[in-house]
Design a protein around this ligand. Structure first.
Ligand SMILES: O=C[C@H](O)[C@H](O)[C@H](O)COP(=O)(O)O
Length: 285
């Protein structure tokens, strides 16, 4: 007897959940060292399993650690797990987080990320760049050769409400296809308001090029015909007045620097076969 659509949707959802969990548990096993004291906790549904994995560890170890949230959801996750909550503004300025774990909406060959699908991105970027090691956890659906290939909703951008309409106009001028302010429906009438009191614009662009595309002769990347490279677009976007932060995590790969990297040192993906795929900074995909 063939499986009903409802049954196969249920099975697919269960597979996605188990793959998120597998990635999170492996990342915690590999990157949460007992001697660590300051740990960043990102946002989203995959990070739930990061916190679950940490909460299962020996309390003699985790009670010596402080956990830094990236928004209200992760603050609640930390509290509900009985872990010690701290805030990035209370971390001495000359200290880095030892590690930060976070999810992603899409991850490209060079470990650039799209984040903000859940309307968290600004605090996530602050926490990620405050960490010596930023580690990404995701499921198989997030693996993508170029950003914008699978994630078609657009790059999440956090904007000051008073500037939102002007930002929309400028995004169209630089080639975004139908950027729009994210609605809160069905949960909330009107636009989504972030943990920082801002709005989110989702700005779709054609798939974003990597340096290796240029090396192999692909033309463009500086916005000609709306085609951008990740780095050129990120720099262009962050210069638009009224944009507070963008959901492109790009630039340095986090190797050989104490902190400041937006890109992870490692990304863990739970796969359909139950295994976990690891992509590390410095690997060429
Ligand atoms: O705004 C949300 C964050 O950037 C999330 O980390 C991202 O959307 C991935 O979330 P999830 O793990 O639920 O796919």
């Amino acid at each position: 007897m063939s499986m009903s659509t409802a049954e196969s949707t249920k099975q697919e959802a269960a597979l996605v959940e188990s793959s998120k969990k597998a990635a999170a548990y492996q990342a915690v096993k590999d990157y949460l060292k007992p001697e660590y004291r300051h740990v960043g906790i990102g946002s989203g549904s995959t990070v739930v399993y990061v916190v679950e994995a940490i909460a299962e560890l020996d309390r003699d170890i985790t009670s010596k650690m402080a956990f830094y949230p990236t928004g209200e959801q992760s603050r609640q996750l930390i509290l509900n797990a009985g872990l010690r909550l701290s805030y990035i503004e209370d971390l001495p300025i000359d200290r880095a987080l030892d590690v930060a774990f976070d999810g992603a909406d899409e991850v490209d060959d060079d470990l650039n990320l799209i984040k903000g699908g859940g309307a968290c991105l600004m605090q996530e970027k602050i926490v990620a760049t405050s960490a010596t090691k930023f580690v990404c956890v995701a499921d198989f659906r997030k693996i993508s050769p170029r950003l914008g290939t699978n994630w078609k909703k657009g790059i999440p951008i956090e904007v000051l409400p008073m500037a939102a309409e002007r930002v929309l106009l400028e995004l169209k001028e630089i080639g975004s296809q139908e950027p729009r302010i994210r609605s809160g429906l069905p949960g909330k009438a009107g636009p989504i308001v972030t943990d920082n009191g801002m709005l989110i614009i989702d700005a779709p662009f054609p798939p974003l090029l990597l340096p290796k595309d240029k090396e192999s002769g692909v033309k463009g990347g500086n916005g000609e015909d709306g085609v951008w490279s990740v780095d050129a677009l990120a720099q262009r976007l962050i210069n638009i007045v009224g944009i507070a932060e963008i959901g492109l995590f790009h630039g340095h790969n986090g190797l050989q620097i104490a902190r400041g990297a937006q890109k992870p040192v490692a990304a863990y993906f739970g796969m359909q076969d139950g295994g976990v795929k690891l992509m590390k900074a410095g690997d060429s995909a």
